[in-house]
Design a protein around this ligand. Structure first.
Ligand SMILES: Cc1cc2nc3c(=O)[nH]c(=O)nc-3n(C[C@H](O)[C@H](O)[C@H](O)COP(=O)(O)OP(=O)(O)OC[C@H]3O[C@@H](n4cnc5c(N)ncnc54)[C@H](O)[C@@H]3O)c2cc1C
Length: 435
């Protein structure tokens, strides 16, 4: 039997997918548009999951494009709970987990990413969670409620471990704390936010994280997870101090009711295994978000697009990036020839009363300027005479405009980008120091 023929297909139903559908329609695409989702929900915002778990917002606020009527409104023929398990780009065919086969004309992969669980024995135990999808958030919130009820019965406090002092890890720790749990964050590197933070910022952030009431265990590896009396016990490996020295006498992190893994994400690409499309951490795309196979596009956390700073291909796992790439891809699905301007990674996190922002690369630089600011500091990394990355601890409000300036190099008027008066002076200083 020949497969059903479809024109335009979108795989996934996150921000990138939703924006692509809206942009394709806005650009005049009038044909049929089929969207495949491995879940029964409207487009969901994963970064709001922690706020739902903490009780700060109801679940319905996690669907920024509205409820299921979104699909009808955008004239999308939606295939809910139909996971794509195989995509053959050269044949333009896809297969779903129900065994249905389809042929298509053009396809956008917007399947996002999932929690990457490190290979620690016991990490598949009950009580261990990831926090990515809507269903993950619902499961974690239920687990928090159960742990709280048990602790109340036993006259104790509910306790959670968070694996990874990443941006997501710190957000999740705050959410669990707000939900009434004691939280211990365990990080194998000797610093919080190890990929984003300058060594001078690290201890200040750590101080504020501890002030918030979190227990922070840095430079500690977990060797195994075991379940004892319905609670999780993490057996620790060697500890590493900030100067890199080993410390075999790491004390235990104690028992916990639940553990949330926040050690990074992995692009959802399994359905392309064995295909000829170029992929590394994500699908390699050009400035039009086209993959190496004509007619196949990718956007969002599954795409590895050109980084305007380095010229290499990078996954930028940010909500705004997924939306913008989705819009660019949608216009191209509609037959336009839109180019994506790209962006650099920029994260902002509340630590105590301060905000911390990090953008670009703090790993590779040939010159670094660190300046104490009232209650915090700023660190500016330069490479080849150009700003390559920064950390702002304290007032992080100009981070967004500065990250845009970073991405676009000197062609952007940085003084205009940072509207706050004090920042014009700092930017003038940065620019005069760039050479
Ligand atoms: C806890 C957490 C906190 C975050 N905080 C921030 C933040 O503060 N700021 C920020 O900018 N970003 C943040 N992010 C990242 C941001 O949420 C993502 O970058 C963004 O949601 C990516 O959107 P996407 O559409 O590419 O992917 P997703 O949102 O992952 O959507 C992809 C969809 O495709 C579906 N899918 C996957 N595989 C298949 C398949 N085979 N068939 C059919 N459907 C499939 C998935 O179930 C999912 O619904 C956070 C993420 C998390 C998890």
């Amino acid at each position: 039997m020949s497969p059903q023929a479809l024109d335009l297909v979108i795989i996934g139903n996150g921000a990138a997918a939703a924006e692509a559908a809206l942009a394709a329609r806005a650009a005049g695409y009038r044909g049929e548009l089929d969207l495949f989702a491995d879940n029964p929900h409207p487009p969901y915002n994963p970064m709001l999951g922690p706020y739902y778990v903490s009780g700060a917002i109801p679940l319905r606020h996690c669907f920024p494009f509205g409820g299921l009527e979104f699909y009808d409104r955008s004239r999308i023929r939606v295939h809910l709970d139909e996971k794509v398990v195989r995509l053959a780009p050269s044949e333009k065919r896809l297969t779903t987990d129900g065994g249905a086969e389809y042929a298509y004309g053009t396809c956008l992969v917007a399947s996002g990413a999932q929690t990457a669980f490190p290979p620690i024995p016991g990490l598949d135990s009950p009580g261990v969670y990831g926090l990515r999808s809507c269903d993950d958030a619902v499961r974690l919130k239920e687990a928090v409620a159960l742990a709280t009820a048990r602790a109340t019965r036993e006259g104790s406090r509910p306790r959670a471990l968070v694996l990874g002092a990443s941006f997501a890890g710190l957000k999740v720790a705050d959410a669990l704390h707000l939900a009434g749990m004691d939280v211990c964050i365990v990080e194998k590197e000797p610093s919080v936010l190890p990929l984003s933070v300058h060594p001078d910022c690290g201890p200040l952030i750590e101080h504020h994280v501890r002030e918030q009431g979190h227990e922070l265990r840095l430079g500690v590896t977990i060797d195994t997870i075991e379940v004892e009396d319905g609670r999780l016990v993490a057996r620790l490996g060697d500890a590493v101090s900030r100067d890199g020295a080993g410390d075999a006498s790491a004390p235990s992190v104690g028992q916990a009711d639940l553990l949330v893994v926040c050690t990074g994400a992995r692009a959802n690409l399994a359905f392309l295994a064995g295909s000829e499309v170029d992929a590394e951490a994500g699908l390699i795309v050009d400035e039009h978000l086209m993959t190496s196979v004509p007619g196949l596009y990718a956007a969002g956390d599954v795409a590895q697009a050109i980084d305007p700073l380095s010229g290499s291909h990078q996954v930028v796992a940010l909500w705004a990036n997924a939306r913008r790439q989705g819009r660019t891809a949608g216009r191209n699905l509609a037959g336009l020839h839109a180019e994506d301007p790209g962006c650099v990674s920029c994260n902002i996190q509340k630590v105590g009363d301060l905000l911390f922002a990090s953008a670009g690369s703090m790993q590779e630089y040939d010159r670094l300027d660190v300046r104490p600011e009232s209650g915090g500091l700023t660190a500016w990394a330069y490479r080849d005479g150009r700003l390559a990355g920064f950390n702002l601890l304290g007032d992080a409000s100009p981070a967004g405009p500065l990250a845009c300036a970073l991405a676009r190099g000197r062609s952007v008027n940085m003084a205009e980008a940072a509207s706050a008066a004090g920042w014009a002076r700092r930017i003038a200083w940065m620019s005069s120091n760039a050479g």
